[in-house]
Write a protein that binds this ligand. Structure first.
Ligand SMILES: Nc1ncnc2c1ncn2[C@@H]1O[C@H](COP(=O)(O)OP(=O)(O)O)[C@@H](O)[C@H]1O
Ligand SMILES: [Mg+2]
Length: 354
């Protein structure tokens, strides 16, 4: 039996199906992210686990208990929501102590636990401060300490870093992972930020229109997306409309915009498909080795990498190159591109739903 088991969770708001037949197993100590675009049902899923929304149908089991029957306040979960504000009239340590006080923990024990939690989020030196005198990142650390101090069986985080600016957000991601590992707490994070989900999680669960689409390690989902929606949502990709002509154990033959392309063995029937090719898998080569050639129509410098858009007979292709301090093609210059066939991902054609 997994530590947390969601089975067939469904939530309807009138006509709107926010979450549909959602099943997910999470092991003790695991960090799993629910990743998907705005409105796909992430928050609703978390709210059902927290007990703030009642499932229309389905079950939630945590550590052998049926959670649906337990009122929210008795579920003993640690929760950090984007909008879960701190008490402004209480100091940091009073904020963190609050949940322990509610649980009737005596003063001495409270002080010990609060000190431990503040140590964990590296805020011991600010224990006497008021939230208003702290930065956004520090406040989210307090919120995290407040959630962790009760030693929850499960930590629920709903876009906890989304109000922070980009640089701080990246720092807090590393910090959040360290804190989660040190506390050893099973964690479910909701985010629409694919980089955040990939950087933090043992596994990502990709959601779309209330449904679970794919659930695996970040590397596996990135390398083997099940659908073209997932391949475009997780990282950048070139999505090409193509026709699968033939396939066998050695490889496949594709028609893409009138060009014949070699692909990996396909697990699809011949016919219209979508081909995904990651921009970092495309190489710039000599004319003789090219699969396609064409002029640079866009050239963007990102510091550690270059982003190119090349006009080719297959359509415009995005190409990413590590910046090694060398000269790179100029705008308008013709470049020759190649890739190995096994880097193509052959995916079922989607009817514009994504
Ligand atoms: N209380 C509510 N009443 C009606 N519709 C809701 C309510 N909460 C969420 N929804 C709808 O359910 C869907 C999923 O919402 P939500 O879980 O907040 O998505 P996410 O967190 O992924 O952005 C959306 O279409 C949203 O409008
Ligand atoms: Mg949300």
């Amino acid at each position: 039996m997994p530590f947390l088991q969601l089975s067939g969770l469904t939530k309807r708001f009138g006509e709107v199906v926010a979450v549909e037949d959602f099943s997910l197993a999470v092991e003790k100590g695991e960090f799993v992210s629910l990743l998907g675009p705005s409105g796909c049902g992430k928050t609703t899923t978390l709210q059902m686990i927290a007990g703030f929304e009642q499932p229309t149908s389905g079950h939630i089991m945590l550590n052998g208990r049926h959670l649906e029957e337990v009122p929210a306040r008795n579920r003993g979960l640690g929760i950090v929501f984007q909008t879960y504000a701190l008490f402004p009239h209480m100091t940091v340590e009073e904020n963190v102590a609050f949940g322990l006080e509610m649980r009737g923990i005596d003063k001495k024990e409270r002080a010990r636990k609060v000190a431990g939690a503040l140590e964990l989020v590296q805020l011991a030196h600010l224990a006497k401060r008021y939230p208003r005198a702290m930065s956004g990142g520090q406040r989210q650390r307090v919120a995290l300490a407040r959630a962790l101090v009760i030693e929850p069986e499960l930590l629920l985080l709903d876009e906890p870093l989304s109000n922070l600016d980009a640089k701080l957000r990246e720092e807090m991601q590393l910090e959040l992972r360290r804190i989660q590992q040190e506390a050893g707490v099973t964690t479910l994070l909701v985010t629409h930020d694919q980089n955040e989900a990939m950087a933090l999680s043992d596994r990502v669960a990709v959601m779309h229109h209330g449904r679970l689409m794919q659930e695996e390690t970040p590397f596996h989902v990135y390398e083997n997306p099940k659908s073209s929606f997932i391949s475009t949502f997780l990282g950048k990709t070139n999505s090409l409309a193509a026709t699968l002509k033939t396939t066998n154990d050695e490889g496949s033959a594709l028609d893409c915009n009138g060009m014949e392309l070699a692909g990996p063995p396909a697990h699809l029937r011949p016919g219209p498909i979508t081909v995904s090719l990651r921009p970092e898998r495309i190489e710039i080569v000599e004319a003789g080795e090219a699969v396609v050639s064409g002029p640079v129509i866009e050239r963007i410098f990102l510091g550690d990498q270059w982003l190119f858009r090349i006009e080719t007979p297959l359509g415009p292709l995005l190409v990413v190159r590590r910046n090694r301090g060398q000269r790179e093609p100029e705008h308008g210059e013709t470049v020759h591109l190649a890739w190995t066939p096994h880097h193509l991902r052959l995916l079922p054609k989607e009817d514009g739903a994504a």
